[in-house]
Ligand binder design. Sequence first.
Ligand SMILES: [Zn+2]
Length: 238
Amino acid sequence: MNEQIARLVQLQKLDIIVDDIDGRLKEIPELIEEEEAKIVRENEKKEAVKQEVKDIQVDLKNWEIEAGKLEAEIKKNKEELNTLKSNEAYSRMHKEIGEKEKKVSDVEEEILKCYDRIEEKEKEIGELESALENFKKQVKENQGKYRSDAEKLKLNKKEVEEEIAPLKKEIKEKLLEEYEKIRKVRGTALASAGDSNCGGCYRELMPQEINNLIEGKIVRCGSCNRLLYIDEKQNGTL
Ligand SMILES: [Zn+2]
């Protein structure tokens, strides 16, 4: 293989590694943010139950007011009862008191139900709170892992870049410029000429092009412009 092309093949391998690292590094802040959003969602669940408790407390207060009113009325009616002269008025009032007492007992039942529901919801809030604490720990752990992944990737990238720098110095400036230009447009600047096709755009290569490659000349794909190379592993198929 042409020596310059061999260096570019090596450069392309390293550039692909760096691109891959950059891609993964770009995702990490999003992953960390997503962890934060999980906490917000869990917290919202808890806040929703807290709101339910508040609503029940409003109901409870209303029932208690209702019970107070009824009891005051019953007390007043009982006092009136003694002042009534006719049997008819007496039994009507008596019946009315009975109905109100029944209502009071219904209201008291509602009040008890409210207390039960509040107790139930408070328990649920307690459970959500402890789940949230565990969740926060988990999130912190995950975020820590992502951050250390990022550090490792950065180190890794630095190592690869340290390999790239001296390699670039070994490549002729014009060829390197060409490589960078094609890479920018096509993603990869080199394509293997295995199976007598351009590995980038799959155009069939002409025998002359293959001969030139075998002779160690620099050959560009006439279609996608990539610099062609003979993949050592595929050498035999040419
Ligand atoms: Zn091509």
